[in-house]
Design a protein around this ligand. Structure first.
Ligand SMILES: Cc1cc2nc3c(=O)[nH]c(=O)nc-3n(C[C@H](O)[C@H](O)[C@H](O)COP(=O)(O)OP(=O)(O)OC[C@H]3O[C@@H](n4cnc5c(N)ncnc54)[C@H](O)[C@@H]3O)c2cc1C
Length: 446
């Protein structure tokens, strides 16, 4: 029987297990952590996630879309909270387009359940891979619960073991292996806005809330239980930074100065601030992703990115869709599939890594910047004139399957034209002129 081994039962590893099992593979998944369905352990690095079209497509292919959709909350745009407490809404796309807030834990458990329902999928927990021998096709595991050590051979191996992948670590000893990891100077901390006395959301539910404050920001995504999970993205060091918030008084003063409207919504913010961890954010780039035509990285293990475009999981799910399409074409010929997979995905992973870094600046700063808002107004005029032909960079990433590398390239072209248009005096009266329309023509990608 065809067999495959996957390291990591996170979002991508669990989805991949389903794909492989549906094609007749006997699949073993080895997960470092205990089974989160049986023990009360946090699912990982964020409580909820934004799911967009690429993620939905991944779930659709394994028949999970409807189940997850029923517990997902549409977020139709950004709700910007100014320092004076006023709010403004910026839609993400056209009428009917939205990204969706989904619980990471619920999604991961649903994927693991579905994986286990397939014939011949076995999940092993508390199995931390510590080394992969790429020559002998051997895996080495530590089990912290039983304090034991084991070895296993593999035929086909996927490393879906996240940003600090053990498989990638072993691959780094290969000749001419390229690897970089880049931490940003900001970390993040999760805080919570509880529901109101009736169990309802205290703010607009169908929006991703942002409090942009220049070099840092607070965001909030809704949960189905009436709460919001807030994330403070904030420098580790500097004048206004985590390093400077040492006492309850420091935190209270900071929130009073920068987020006064949040305080009444979030009575437990000081306790949360000191209890919840401060975590770091990094971009990982590496190449190759595969070795020997039988070993391959996927998801964050191949391309961890910062979370500001809400695309890390979406990109990992798209990896699974692309792999599945390659299997449609090439069956079980992994020596053909894996080099094609890395060639197709690497430029797109690099592009979304760049887009995600750029989007941090847009979210924390530009959404409140007059020049940016001027550009948004011009963009709206173009979108209204060409509803079928104009696709904004955000729409390309979140509401289409246009390769990320094209979205990056097209986005730069759009930005350039919008910048030029901001310099045209009385643009509104000249908008229909041949001269302006000629400028717009190259950015109609639809
Ligand atoms: C704050 C934050 C917010 C985010 N928001 C979004 C969002 O809104 N939308 C979005 O699309 N993405 C988002 N992401 C990114 C998303 O979380 C990741 O891209 C996604 O979790 C990647 O899935 P994965 O399965 O590849 O890796 P992971 O989710 O990291 O799963 C890896 C699994 O492998 C296991 N593992 C690790 N090492 C080993 C080992 N040695 N042996 C065995 N098992 C091992 C881990 O325990 C884990 O279960 C966010 C990330 C962060 C940090």
């Amino acid at each position: 029987m065809k067999s495959a081994t996957i390291l990591g039962a996170g979002l991508v590893g669990s989805l991949l297990a389903i794909h492989l099992a549906k094609r007749g593979y006997k699949v073993e998944v080895h997960e470092r952590r205990p089974d989160m369905r049986k023990e009360n352990i946090p699912a990982g690095r964020s409580i909820n996630l934004a799911m967009s079209d690429r993620g939905w497509r991944g779930l659709e292919k394994v028949g999970l879309r409807e189940d997850i959709e029923s517990i997902a909350i549409p977020m139709k745009g950004r709700m910007i909270h100014a320092l004076d407490g006023t709010t403004s809404f910026q839609p993400y796309g056209k009428e009917g387009q939205a990204i969706y807030a989904v619980s990471r834990g619920v999604l991961n458990c649903a994927l693991m359940n579905l994986a286990e329902q397939q014939d011949d999928v076995q999940l092993f927990f508390n199995e931390r891979c510590v080394h992969v021998d790429l020559q002998k096709h051997m895996l080495h595991f530590e089990n912290p619960r039983s304090d034991s050590y084991s070895e296993k051979s593999y035929d086909l191996l996927f490393g879906a073991d996240g940003a600090f992948s053990a498989l990638r670590h072993s691959m780094q000893f290969m000749d001419r292996y390229n690897y970089s990891q880049q931490y940003i100077e900001h970390g993040y901390k999760e805080l919570m806005i509880p529901s109101d006395a009736n169990g309802r959301h205290k703010m607009e539910v169908n929006a991703l809330h942002i409090w942009p404050r220049g070099n840092f920001m607070l965001i909030a995504l809704p949960n189905i239980d009436g709460t919001f999970t807030c994330t403070l993205f904030f420098p580790f060091e500097g004048d206004v930074s985590f390093q400077k918030l040492k006492t309850e008084g420091d935190v209270r003063k900071f929130f009073t100065e920068y987020f006064p409207d949040v305080i009444p919504l979030m009575p437990g913010y000081i306790t949360d601030f000191f209890q919840n961890p401060t975590s770091s954010l990094l971009t990982v780039r590496c190449f190759p992703w595969q070795a020997n035509g039988n070993t391959c990285l996927i998801g964050d293990a191949a391309h961890a990115i910062v979370p500001f475009f809400g695309q890390g999981m979406n990109c990992g799910f798209e990896d699974c869709s692309v792999l599945s399409e390659l299997m449609d074409e090439h069956g079980d010929d992994w020596k053909t599939i894996l080099p094609l997979f890395e060639a197709l995905r690497k430029p797109n992973a690099d592009a979304i890594a760049d887009l995600a870094l750029n989007n941090f600046i847009e979210m924390r700063d530009l959404v409140a910047d007059p020049h940016f808002l001027h550009k948004k107004k011009i963009e709206k005029m173009i979108a209204e004139k060409y509803p079928e032909k104009y696709i904004s960079p955000y729409q390309m990433v979140s509401f289409s399957h246009i390769p990320y590398s094209d979205a990056l390239k097209n986005g730069a072209a759009i930005n350039n034209v919008l910048d030029q248009l901001t310099r045209v005096e009385q643009l509104e009266s000249k908008f229909e002129s041949a001269e302006i329309q000629k400028m717009i023509l190259p950015i109609l990608f639809g």
